[in-house]
Write a protein that binds this ligand. Structure first.
Ligand SMILES: Cc1ncc(COP(=O)(O)O)c(C=O)c1O
Length: 456
């Protein structure tokens, strides 16, 4: 028989618990600070925005958090997701490296985002919440939450970054099809949106601005809560189903990764695939490299600073210890909308600071080239965000060829690009250019940050 390329698990292998890496970290992330008093806050400060069960998960010290049966039942619609050996890509690259990818694009929304949208909607439903607000960049998170809210009979109100709203009209239709209402952000519905429009009526928007709008809407209403698609500890934890399944699938393949790679916006799909593998580093002394791939136009991990910063632009959220370019930084209008975020989650930031993970930056031309090379070899057309991870996987595979060593590389193909054809069209028409922040631009962005420093 020819060699196997697809490794599938049966439904009974859907994980029964999420993995909380904080339990295994020697240096825990620093506590969040109150945006007004700048003092550490307890879980109760998050109560206006999130249901209690998610707040408990945000601060839990347990290693494993059980996944409710109702959530596992919904996961069955698309989980376990397949893991592939990219044999054709290996051949094209003429590399001794073995390349595997976990494919999260088989979910109804087309990405990893429903892995956390479903439990978030579930816990809100359990606590009687009738409406959830959120932001969305590329539209992947918004469509995932629209899908999940619909399953539990919750209204869903979405602030979509204006540039993506214009670039990706079909993502909006998906959200509408699942019953959600979508507004381009900045909008005139909120004080935050009106403030930004007052400063710049043509603002393309950013995830930070859209978060301000969604948070403002939830904070002002008792039966409305807010959901975030990345950054927070509980969101990263929900995504660990990706890595937990991958461990079993790599076993089926008779292999184990030396390098795990994922694109990085706020850190959720990177955490999802890498944390269960990093557990072997933290508890058994293995040395798996985990590499986050970010855009050169929004390089918070590779060129940002580690300090407290807001999650949103206006400064309404608690301050988190993070690698950041500053909460007022508005990234260039690149086509990987989901990676246009100024900061990173507290856990991934602490891991980076401690040298336990790595980061590389990729410009949009290199990332589209890698995505198209992948599509030609393997068939699936990736989301522009996912292309960043593929580009780093290609770099590592070519490096292995240069060194003449066989490495095993696993990357997360976090979503398909079937609704991102406008981005591909722009690339094919030669309308995209290599974009990298200059040092002056990084310095200027960082100089604006006025939030508390973290001593070295
Ligand atoms: C397809 C896709 N990949 C990656 C990301 C980045 O987010 P995260 O770092 O939380 O995975 C997004 C965010 O919207 C996305 O839509």
């Amino acid at each position: 028989m020819s060699e196997q390329i697809k490794f599938n698990l049966p439904e009974r292998e859907i994980p029964e618990a999420w993995y909380n890496i904080v339990a295994d970290m020697a240096n825990k992330p620093l506590p969040p600070l109150h945006p007004g008093t700048l003092q550490p806050i307890g879980p109760e400060a998050l109560a206006p925005l999130f249901p209690m069960e998610l707040i408990k998960q945000e601060v839990t010290g347990d290693t494993w958090v059980p996944i409710p049966d109702e959530v596992r039942d919904i996961y069955k619609i698309w989980r376990p997701t397949p893991l592939f050996r990219a044999r054709r890509l290996e051949k094209v690259l003429d590399t001794p490296a073995k390349i595997y990818y976990k494919y999260e694009g088989v979910s109804p929304a087309g990405s990893h985002k429903p892995n956390t949208a479903v439990p978030q909607a579930y816990y809100n439903m359990k606590e009687g919440i009738k409406r959830i607000t959120t932001e969305t960049g590329a539209g992947q998170w918004g469509s995932a939450l629209a899908f999940a809210c619909n399953l539990f009979g919750i209204e869903c109100e979405i602030y979509m970054v204006k540039i993506s709203y214009e670039q990706k009209p079909y993502r909006k239709m998906m959200m509408n099809a699942w019953g959600a209402t979508v507004y381009p952000s900045p909008s005139d519905r909120t004080n935050a949106g009106r403030t930004i429009l007052g400063q710049d009526p043509d603002s393309p928007g950013s995830l930070g601005i859209a978060i301000s709008e969604a948070v403002e809407m939830a904070a002002g209403n008792d039966d409305v809560k807010y959901a975030l698609g990345s950054v927070l500890n509980h969101v990263l934890m929900h995504q660990t189903v990706i890595g937990l399944e991958s461990i079993k699938q790599m076993e089926m393949a008779g292999d184990f990764p030396d390098i795990v790679i994922a694109p990085f916006g706020g850190g959720s799909n990177f955490a999802g695939i890498s944390f269960p593998f990093l557990r072997y580093n933290l508890t058994e002394g293995k040395q798996i490299r985990a590499i986050a791939a970010e855009p050169t136009s929004c390089p918070k991990l590779t060129r940002g600073v580690f300090r407290y910063d807001f999650g949103d632009t206006i400064g309404m959220t608690p301050l988190l210890p993070m690698y950041t370019l500053g909460h007022t930084f508005v990234p260039a209008k690149i086509h990987a909308g989901g990676l246009r975020y100024h900061g990173a989650g507290a856990i991934v930031s602490q891991l980076l600071r401690d040298g336990l993970i790595e980061a590389q930056a990729v410009d949009q031309i290199e990332s589209f080239e890698a995505g198209i090379q992948f599509a030609k070899a393997e068939g699936i057309i990736p989301a522009p965000e996912a292309n960043h991870g593929i580009a780093v996987a290609v770099r590592e595979a070519l490096q292995a060829r240069e060194e003449g060593v066989s490495k095993t590389i696993l990357f997360n193909l976090c979503g398909h690009g079937n609704f991102d054809m406008a981005s591909y069209e722009a690339y094919f028409a030669g309308k995209l250019s290599k974009h990298e922040l200059t040092q002056d631009e990084v310095d200027a962005a960082v100089a604006l940050i006025d939030t508390p420093m973290i001593p070295a």
